[in-house]
Design a binder for this molecule. Sequence first.
Ligand code: CTP
Ligand code: MG
Length: 176
Amino acid sequence: MWDLFFDAVWFILPAYVANSAAIDVSAIPFLKKYSTPIDFRHNIFGKRILGDGKTWRGLFGGVIAGTLIGLLQLSIQPYLGESLPQMTVKLAFLLSFGALIGDMTASFVKRQTGFDRGASVPGLDQLDYIVGAFVFALLAVPFDLTRFLIVVVLTIPLHVLANYVAYKIKLKEVWW
Ligand code: CTP
Ligand code: MG
């Protein structure tokens, strides 16, 4: 049982870090000026493509942070026994990039359906990046349904808690 839990956490860690880093880097003062939206403020079908909440800074910061965590994981992996899934730089990159693509996909859907930037869509907001990470990870490892379900179950409360902490320390303007 614990093995499955550690397997899931170990696997998804780069995606978690990528998603949180995309938020956290927005609090770094000298990065403020790099808040160019990924969609360059363009519209599609009369609506913003992604919105101001999806920036190049967040995308690069997230992918770099997630990939670095993967590098750290694979360097300590030999000391942690053999039950954990093997982390690789390629997998960490795919999980990080996939997470942010998933997050952007959700923003696109939110904009098209009329939700403003930052509006909460429970479920979508918590799972967008997990689904994106698992989809992109398929380019490196086979899909593991048990792992996916454990990550989903873990992520919902974790996300709520993390957002609340980010709000409390004023990284986010809303608690969700
Ligand atoms: N962020 C960013 N670039 C990204 C993802 C996130 O700069 N690619 C930063 C933005 O400051 C964003 C914050 O992290 O406001 C929180 O991310 P998220 O909740 O995903 O964005 P929202 O502002 O809620 O926008 P949306 O409604 O599009 O999800
Ligand atoms: Mg949001």
